[in-house]
Ligand binder design. Structure first.
Ligand code: NAD
Ligand code: ZN
Length: 357
């Protein structure tokens, strides 16, 4: 059972389900027989709730643990250095391993620590948010620079991903929405059936069943994984994972990081991109049904009124993905058929003005 992610540097398994961390010990014994030390990096929210569980399933290994601040506060030079200092003091060596236990922030930080400590030691992702299904796969690891998010990082793949659904129950609603928006994105860029399944079955993010969780996470991971491995052959398709992100990132940045979750901003960006797709590419899609569905799930889909449209456009141009001063959008010819399209400023400004969500 389980999924495999294929990349040029390595193939690695992803296990999704209730209780999968019970298998982590035997995985380590089998794949890493000469393991010297295990360091769990987690944040306060996750550590307080679940660290003792993880430590106890790994008791044979006497794991070390290091707790970092929650969320984005973990992805700083200072915390990065503290992790390295801890690892050095505890004498981790090249046969030691890091376990990233938390959401995407802990995953990005821990992965970057693993990538750079002694020029790279193995690490495993143990995601605890819905969003982390996206960040745990694909090998992008990073910390932030005061001048920009995720500016300092590496491509570094984990040895495995152990996604235990038991850790997800405590996830706050805004974080659920944040992660679920990425699942919707994955469906829209690649799989009409999956999209229809989501729309039909997911009507309350606070009451997801185990089956719903595991189906959507596995499916989302498989889609992310396929775009990542396809990108190694056909460069550029990874960009399609940015559906909703051009405007989404600008909204996140303008609102101030932390004011709106990543996925909630991306959802606004997606609705906007879908509207442009209908207008410019003749996408046939029941957009009003889509809007009603996501509003029922609690998403706000209008652009917050205090955000200035010119400034949003300025931000979109600053994006590391925009080229030559033009704003690139991922749009859809059809569901499952994404394309990149350059949108000129004047048109974009008009569209933002007209957009009501
Ligand atoms: P996060 O790690 O900041 O977690 C969100 C919040 O939820 C935090 O406060 C955290 O402490 C808390 N939390 C985590 N798990 C919990 C649980 N089970 N119960 C209760 N609270 C819990 O954020 P995220 O949304 O998982 O990830 C966002 C980060 O991921 C960003 O830094 C982003 O840049 C990064 N990211 C990376 C990639 C990539 O490809 N590497 C892709 C997308 C996002
Ligand atoms: Zn995203």
């Amino acid at each position: 059972e389980g999924l495999t992610i294929h990349t040029s540097s390595k193939d690695y398994p992803v296990y999704v389900g209730t209780g999968v961390i019970e298998e982590l010990g035997s995985f380590l014994k089998e794949k890493f027989p000469s393991l010297t030390n295990l360091l769990i990096i987690t944040d306060e929210n996750v550590g307080e709730r679940y660290l003792s569980i993880l430590v106890s399933v790994l008791s044979d290994f006497k794991p070390l643990s290091y707790t970092v601040p929650n969320g984005e506060f973990a992805k700083t030079f200072e915390i990065y250095q503290q992790c390295l200092t801890f690892a050095l003091e505890k004498k981790l060596d090249r046969k030691s391993m890091i376990l990233a236990f938390g959401g995407g922030a802990v995953g990005d930080l821990s992965g970057f620590v693993a990538a750079t400590y002694m020029r790279g030691i193995p690490f495993i992702q143990i995601p605890t948010t819905i969003l982390a299904h996206d960040s745990a796969v694909g090998g992008k690891v990073a910390i932030n620079h005061p001048l920009g998010k995720n500016m300092i990082g590496a491509f570094y793949q984990p040895e495995a991903v152990f996604y235990d659904l038991d850790f997800l129950h405590s996830l706050p609603i805004h974080e659920r929405r944040s992660g679920f928006a990425e699942v919707v994105k994955e469906a829209l860029i690649s799989d009409l059936n999956f999209y229809q399944w989501l729309e039909e079955h997911i009507s309350n993010l606070e009451q997801l069943t185990e089956e719903q969780f595991s189906y959507m996470l596995e499916k989302g991971i498989a889609i992310k994984g396929s775009f990542v491995s396809k990108d190694e052959k056909e460069s550029g398709v990874r960009a399609f994972l940015n559906l909703g992100h051009t405007l989404g990132h600008a909204i996140e940045g303008e609102a101030g990081y932390g004011k709106i979750t990543h996925g909630e901003a991306v959802m606004i960006g997606m609705v906007f991109a879908l509207e442009l797709s209908c207008e410019l590419l003749g996408l046939t899609f029941n957009l009003s049904k889509f809007k009603n569905w996501v509003k029922k799930l609690g998403y706000e889909i209008a652009i917050p009124t205090h955000l200035d449209h010119q400034r949003l456009i300025y931000r979109m141009k600053q994006d590391k993905k925009s080229v030559g001063g033009h704003v690139q959008f991922v749009l859809l010819n059809q569901i499952g058929e994404p394309v990149l399209k350059e949108i000129d400023d004047q048109y974009l400004l008009e569209s933002l003005k007209m957009y009501r969500g």
